[in-house]
Design a protein around this ligand. Structure first.
Ligand code: PLP
Length: 428
């Protein structure tokens, strides 16, 4: 038996399900989760000493690859000066200046410690700013485990939401309207009925939590127009896409300016960080300037700011995103060709250094219904065959994949070699 197996058994004694975040338990793919020991560049090494080419990247943050020497050096130097002060540091100003420079829709930004905190705070701010309670989200988009956003669509169009987890009060879920991603007509219909009660639309501008689904042309533009028409706040949840699908995030890539943006993952370079920011007149409603309360003991933590700042500096190098995007394209085109050659029904999506793999004959996947209609048994078999050959994909059919600047052509070639065997197994 593997050491990962023993460690998982031990972990279950005092950790619910043996994990500190549910997807890590491998329930979506079967088998024991792999316990990691270390990582460097494009590779992670498990507790048994086996190394894998990693396309999870800690679920997005590691766009420079793991343990980038410059990030580690900056953090190591900073650690010696103290771990947390709970008082302002110059690093926070440097971070705010950098974020506002890279994401022009952001005039003011507040640091937090997770993506969930960022979306939760943005939602409270949108409600406080507009004086309205209802919020619109999209089926299949995940915004962290915020009560108001753990809500699924009620039965039928234009019905109010139902909690998707016990513990979320129905009275709160009723304020959340869950609509279909990439379907503007549904949004227009909903606003025509109750637009004056809707505080905000929150959307992943490229959906990355129902696999990877980019916006259809016109979708984000339409959301912008509808929010302007009804005086609602447009929130882009760029926790995943920020500094990932391009230096200016999805809003830079698609040229749409949201009112508020939630950030996380890459902005912390692997440390626990999130941020939310946007239009000055809205952000000025946050305490201590305004009445909308928001706070955090570890917000703007100096170690986290150091890791994030160094990461943002390195990804700002000219040509960085062109290179990482080209590697991603090479990977998914290679996979598509191999699937076709093996006769396996397969479709891919890509936005920058983010990708999605779908086992389907139905063509392009553009929303949650199509994503959930894919062949999940085929995904599981593919995942396990790749894992066996030393390629670590996200252990769920509903997560995006990530490529880093540390992924070399040789890594991509090795991945494609493994995929040839995996597709052949599926076809056979
Ligand atoms: N928003 C999006 C788009 C995410 O992908 C995630 C996490 O995967 C979150 C919010 C929540 O971030 P965190 O897990 O840091 O709380």
């Amino acid at each position: 038996m593997s050491r990962s197996h023993d460690l998982f058994a031990a972990a279950q004694q005092h950790i619910p399900g043996g994990v500190n975040s549910p997807v890590r338990a491998f329930r979506g793919v079967g088998g024991d989760p792999i316990f990691f020991e270390s990582a460097a560049g494009s590779k992670v090494t498990d507790a048994d000493g086996k190394s894998y080419i990693d396309y999870v990247g800690s679920w997005g943050p590691m766009i420079l690859g793991h343990a980038h020497p410059e990030v580690i050096a900056a953090v190591t130097e900073r650690v010696a000066k103290g771990l947390s002060f709970g008082a302002p540091t110059e690093l926070e100003t440097q971070m705010a200046d950098k974020v506002c420079e890279l994401v022009p829709s952001i005039d003011l930004v507040r640091m937090v410690s997770s993506g969930t905190e960022a979306t939760m705070s943005a939602l409270r701010l949108a409600r406080g700013f507009t004086g309205r309670d209802k919020v619109v989200k999209f089926e299949g988009c995940y915004h962290g485990h915020v009560d108001s956003l753990l809500v699924k669509a009620g039965s039928g169009m234009l019905t109010l939401g139902e909690p998707s987890s016990p513990g979320v009060p129905a009275a709160l879920a009723e304020l959340t309207l869950t609509l279909t991603y990439n379907n503007l007509d549904g949004v227009r219909e909903t606003f025509a009925k109750m637009g004056s009660e809707i505080a905000c639309i929150i959307v992943e501008p490229v959906a990355g939590n129902m696999n990877c689904i980019p916006p259809q042309p016109g979708f984000l533009e339409g959301l912008r127009e509808i929010c302007d028409q009804y005086g609602s706040v447009l929130i882009f949840d760029e926790v995943m896409t920020g500094f990932r699908v391009g230096l200016g995030g999805a809003q830079g890539r698609y040229g749409i300016k949201p009112d508020l943006t939630a950030l996380g993952k890459v902005i912390g370079g692997g440390m626990p960080v999130g941020a939310f920011g946007g239009r000055r007149d809205i952000m000025e409603k946050i305490s201590p300037l305004g009445p909308v309360y928001q706070a955090g003991t570890l917000s703007g933590n100096p170690i986290a700011m150091t890791a994030g700042l160094k990461t943002l500096e390195l990804i700002s190098a000219p040509g960085f995103f062109d290179r990482v995007e080209a590697s991603t394209t090479r990977l998914i085109q290679g996979l598509s060709e191999l699937a076709t050659a093996a006769g396996v029904g397969f479709s891919t999506n890509q936005a920058g250094a983010m990708f999605g793999l779908f086992f389907t004959n139905a063509g392009p996947v553009t929303n949650y219904q199509l994503a959930t209609g894919c062949d999940q048994d085929a995904f599981r078999a593919f995942f396990q065959a790749m894992l066996e050959q030393g390629v670590y994909l996200a252990p769920s059919a509903f997560e995006a994949g990530f490529v880093s600047s540390a992924h070399s052509d040789a890594d991509i070639d090795a991945t494609l070699d493994a995929a040839r065997t995996a597709f052949a197994k599926l076809a056979g």
